[in-house]
Design a protein around this ligand. Structure first.
Ligand code: HEC
Ligand code: HEC
Ligand code: HEC
Ligand code: HEC
Ligand code: HEC
Ligand code: HEC
Ligand code: HEC
Ligand code: HEC
Ligand code: HEC
Ligand code: HEC
Ligand code: HEC
Ligand code: HEC
Ligand code: HEC
Length: 455
């Protein structure tokens, strides 16, 4: 017996013509051995024009088969009877000539079990290495076709190149992969590796693997994602957000746009916290730089508004629109993070000013007399109390203040919508107080140090 590598001259990959030539040469040389174990017809190959006539004729013929001597592998059961012992130990048969395969830690099950003929014909085939199929056809003999039958197929799978990622005999990595984790992906998507590494914030599942979101083979969704790219793939993990967003009373139009979550979040990495596509306030203003809707449904141009009103409210100075708005929707008017009465009048109830009291002290409107709780007072008379703490016609915060920005100090509006009318507020401030000449009453003055008698 010979070992591969020591006798390269036996190479049969040149095909069947070389095979037939060699067949006769070798047959002659091994006649004596053949005599002892093969006696159907002395000196004749099993592959004749009558018997096993196709043997040796396919494109790729296995070396020993090309010699026509079948007894390298097939042992006769009884002398002179055309019966051969079934080959039950395929692996051993192969290793009789071939060096043991150099196997790494993860071994493909059929290889481990010596089922070499699960992939290689022991005789011949139309494929190199006497394989039983080309490209993915070989693999799909045993593996479920469903892994590649998704509507969208990954580039290499589309080309039938399972071997672009998987080893066939064994590998050092789980799933017989050529490399570990995301490195498999980066071996082709080299640009992505650099792109992702350049960003500061990395979405958690990126660390555990691209395959958490992308099927490496195929799927029914764009980019072989595990769900539709706009929302479905996100909800696969963010189940709590799915619930929150679908149950919420006041929905944010920004989530209903065609690109779903991706309108604001990058799926992979970001230069900003929370996977945001831009700095938070820039993000809001990238859409809210125009008017949406009409009439009652109108949503005004916030970017334009902020450009015209220079005294901005604390959270906006901090560029934190989310301090007051919940971008994913809310139970409250204008997706606010707390109730704020949208009306001009409301009965006194701290719940009507919940939003403001998330950050400000509610004592502001509680006591009729104070010298500390608010600057909106005439002597010790709390003017916040006067206006707000009334039932039924208490003024809401919104009646005097704008939550975003004003050109007046203390975020007091120039005007406030009152039905169809823009009612003027008419505040003029000075060091110790000020005066108001609103659409509601005659001019009243207030002074914190020396109480003014307005009547
Ligand atoms: C009697 C010896 C012998 C046995 C047994 C044997 N082979 Fe081979 N095999 C060869 C020879 C000779 C070649 C040709 C070597 C060459 O071209 O370098 C070969 C080539 C191959 C090749 C192609 C390798 C290449 O580099 O082109 C594969 C694949 C192969 N054999 C698989 C098997 C499998 C699977 C079995 C078991 C079913 C097996 N062999 C059993 C002798 C044997
Ligand atoms: C390198 C070893 C090897 C050689 C040489 C070899 N066979 Fe086989 N043969 C096998 C193995 C292994 C099987 C069992 C196949 C399986 O496990 O699927 C087999 C099976 C067969 C079968 C059963 C049907 C089939 O195709 O599975 C026939 C018939 C056969 N061989 C004929 C031949 C003839 C004729 C020759 C000589 C021209 C020959 N074999 C040479 C290894 C060999
Ligand atoms: C799951 C399919 C599969 C099984 C099972 C399998 N092989 Fe292979 N084998 C391949 C493929 C695919 C190639 C071709 C690799 C390439 O294209 O470089 C190959 C190549 C070979 C080669 C030639 C090139 C090399 O890597 O040396 C030999 C020899 C070989 N196999 C022997 C075996 C033996 C022996 C067994 C059983 C212990 C076996 N194979 C089991 C798929 C398989
Ligand atoms: C002869 C049948 C057969 C063929 C052909 C075959 N496989 Fe397998 N493969 C198996 C079996 C059996 C397992 C083990 C499955 C299990 O444990 O559930 C397996 C497991 C795998 C695994 C998972 C390995 C692991 O460690 O988890 C991968 C990946 C794989 N095969 C890829 C391929 C590729 C790629 C091909 C084509 C080159 C291929 N297989 C061809 C039978 C086959
Ligand atoms: C782009 C790389 C890549 C290509 C190409 C590829 N695979 Fe995979 N395959 C993977 C990765 C990564 C895994 C691990 C998936 C996991 O852990 O969920 C895997 C897992 C598998 C598994 C085991 C887990 C399972 O899903 O059953 C099988 C079997 C498999 N692949 C077969 C194939 C076949 C067959 C082909 C060719 C049609 C192929 N692969 C092509 C990357 C690839
Ligand atoms: C063997 C090379 C190769 C490997 C490895 C590879 N890819 Fe690809 N990938 C491609 C090719 C080729 C395309 C098709 C590109 C095209 O059509 O522009 C593609 C396309 C994609 C696409 C769709 C891109 C688009 O613009 O439509 C995604 C997503 C993707 N791959 C993710 C992955 C992931 C995740 C992995 C690791 C599991 C991976 N790839 C591994 C070669 C590879
Ligand atoms: C959290 C889920 C998720 C993870 C993890 C993920 N992706 Fe993606 N990927 C997406 C989504 C969603 C898209 C679609 C983007 C779009 O529609 O613009 C996408 C698109 C792509 C594209 C095509 C579009 C483009 O940006 O070029 C490639 C290539 C890609 N991903 C590669 C990868 C690689 C490589 C990894 C691992 C390092 C990975 N992805 C990890 C969700 C993910
Ligand atoms: C495979 C699961 C998975 C998928 C799919 C997924 N995420 Fe995540 N995401 C996570 C995990 C885990 C975290 C970290 C959670 C934590 O820190 O509480 C996270 C965190 C986030 C964060 C907060 C980041 C931070 O810095 O606090 C955002 C925003 C986010 N994901 C958006 C998305 C979007 C948008 C999609 C769809 C394109 C998506 N996720 C798909 C698992 C996933
Ligand atoms: C209109 C812009 C926008 C859209 C669309 C959007 N988000 Fe967000 N998302 C944000 C902002 C802004 C934050 C940061 C909120 C904060 O700082 O409190 C955020 C934060 C998150 C967080 C981090 C946890 C949290 O609530 O702070 C997750 C997870 C998240 N988003 C998931 C999603 C998912 C899933 C979708 C799609 C259904 C989506 N987002 C759509 C703007 C958006
Ligand atoms: C991708 C575009 C987009 C982004 C980014 C965006 N929005 Fe919106 N927003 C919209 C659309 C569209 C509407 C609905 C307009 C309509 O009703 O026609 C809307 C409505 C609103 C409303 C009114 C809600 C109502 O029901 O009355 C508020 C308040 C709002 N957005 C705040 C924000 C804040 C704060 C951010 C940043 C965290 C933001 N938006 C980011 C597109 C966006
Ligand atoms: C201090 C809380 C607060 C902050 C911070 C805040 N908002 Fe508002 N926002 C409100 C309140 C309250 C309303 C309802 C106002 C009303 O109807 O008078 C509102 C309404 C809106 C509306 C609807 C406008 C309309 O037509 O009435 C948009 C759009 C909006 N905000 C965007 C933003 C953006 C963008 C930011 C960040 C630049 C932001 N908001 C920051 C409290 C806030
Ligand atoms: C997210 C927290 C937050 C919310 C909600 C909030 N504010 Fe403010 N507010 C601030 C911060 C921070 C300042 C700046 C404080 C400073 O500069 O000392 C401020 C300042 C003010 C000032 C000016 C104070 C001064 O002394 O200059 C007024 C008036 C005001 N807020 C009214 C309101 C009203 C009315 C509401 C409800 C519509 C509200 N705020 C909701 C955080 C908030
Ligand atoms: C009738 C008009 C009016 C109403 C209604 C009103 N405010 Fe004011 N508020 C003012 C004026 C005027 C000032 C400035 C007083 C000064 O500094 O001279 C002010 C000042 C403030 C300040 C700065 C700190 C302070 O107390 O001096 C805060 C905070 C504030 N208001 C919050 C609120 C909240 C919250 C509501 C609703 C519960 C509200 N305001 C309702 C007119 C009003």
């Amino acid at each position: 017996m010979y070992k591969i590598g020591q006798n390269k001259s036996l190479s049969m990959s040149a095909g069947c013509i070389a095979g037939v030539v060699m067949l006769f040469l070798t047959l002659y040389a091994i006649q004596s051995e053949a005599k002892s174990s093969f006696s159907l017809k002395e000196g004749k190959s099993c592959a004749t024009s009558d018997c096993h006539s196709n043997m040796g004729k396919d494109k790729f013929v296995h070396g020993p088969v090309a010699t026509g001597n079948c007894t390298f592998c097939h042992k006769q059961d009884k002398k002179n009877v055309h019966e051969f012992k079934p080959i039950t130990n395929v692996g051993e048969v192969c290793y009789a000539c071939h060096d043991k395969l150099h196997l790494e830690s993860v071994v493909h099950k059929p290889v481990k079990e010596g089922k070499c003929t699960g992939c290689h014909s022991p005789h011949q085939s139309g494929h190199k290495f006497q394989l039983l199929g080309g490209g993915q056809d070989l693999c799909i003999k045993c593996h479920k076709k469903t892994i590649i039958s998704g509507k969208v197929k990954h580039g290499p799978v589309n080309d039938g190149e399972c071997s672009a990622c998987h080893s066939h005999h064994s590998s050092g990595f789980p799933n017989l992969l050529a490399e570990k984790g995301n490195d498999v992906c980066y071996s082709c998507h080299t640009d992505k590796k650099a792109e992702f590494a350049s960003k500061k914030h990395i979405h958690a599942p990126m660390k555990t693997g691209c395959i958490k979101c992308h099927n490496p083979h195929s799927s029914d969704y764009k980019f072989t994602l595990i769900g539709e790219n706009t929302k479905g793939v996100c909800f696969a993990c963010h189940k709590d957000k799915h619930k929150e967003i679908s149950e919420v009373k006041v929905k944010h139009g920004g989530l209903e746009l065609p690109n779903g979550c991706l309108a604001c979040h990058g799926p992979h990495t970001s230069a900003f916290p929370k996977q945001l596509a831009m700095a938070p306030m820039d993000l809001c203003l990238s859409c809210h730089d125009r008017e949406y809707g009409k009439g009652d449904k109108k949503v005004s141009d916030m970017k334009g508004f902020l450009a015209k009103n220079k005294i901005t409210h604390g959270p906006i100075k901090d560029k934190d629109c989310s301090g007051c708005h919940n971008t994913h929707g809310s139970k409250d008017f204008r997706i606010l993070r707390g109730n704020l009465s949208p009306a001009f009048y409301a009965k006194y109830d701290p719940k009507n000013y919940e939003l403001c009291f998330n950050c400000h002290n509610d004592t502001l409107v509680k006591d009729a007399k104070t010298t500390t709780l608010t600057g909106f007072r005439n002597g010790d008379q709390n003017l916040h109390f006067v206006h707000v703490n009334k039932t039924p016609k208490g003024r809401t915060c919104r009646a005097c203040h704008d939550a975003h920005a004003t050109n007046n100090p203390k975020h007091v509006r120039d005007t406030v919508p009152f039905g169809a009318w823009q009612l003027p507020v008419g505040l003029v401030k000075n060091q110790t107080g000020g005066s108001c000449l609103p659409g509601c009453h005659q001019e009243f003055k207030y002074d914190r140090n020396n109480k003014v008698n307005n009547r």
